[in-house]
Design a protein around this ligand. Sequence first.
Ligand code: VGL
Ligand code: ZN
Length: 201
Amino acid sequence: MHPDTSAIIVIDIQNDFCPGGALAVADGDSIVAPVNALLADFPVRVFTQDWHPAGHSSFASSHPGQDPFNVTEMPYGPQVLWPDHCIIGSDGAAFHAGLNTDAADLIIRKGFRPQIDSYSAFFENDHSTPTGLEGYLRTRGVTDLTLVGLATDFCVNFSAVDAARLDFSVTVRQDLCRAIDLDGSLTAARDGMRAAGVTLA
Ligand code: VGL
Ligand code: ZN
């Protein structure tokens, strides 16, 4: 068991990010059993859930003439346009059926504001609108985070870098993450996490 100051953050292990899903991450479902096994080692357990209204501004389908995986400019900076995914209440937005969600102390949903995407568990993509997770972790006395989940180069990456900037001690278990890997995004994410002081295990 890790000390009382440790939390595991399980990022977006949802049907749409698993094989057969709308934004499938290769092999995404292979982490479910080992993540379940790891949960018992942590006194604090938080799960995140990508949770978008239909017509969300991060969907290519909301931008005439654009295709999935194009990059567009949003008021808050560049934004990859995604296939429609994780629509509130849909099967795709549900957690993988094998994931032990009963073990979650807190489930934090993100990406529900129509005009702004949210990769990070801490802040939306404007890097300033908070999700509330920082306050939850601090009031529970958490200082050390272990991150697992999907996808390594987007939601795990943004969560890890934000957490390190907030002065949490952060470890990403790469063996318990899987990547989308658009155009070298995995290498860039690894470099960015290392530069932010994240431990890649
Ligand atoms: C994610 C793209 C869009 C993720 C979420 O969980 O990494 N990626 N929404
Ligand atoms: Zn999303």
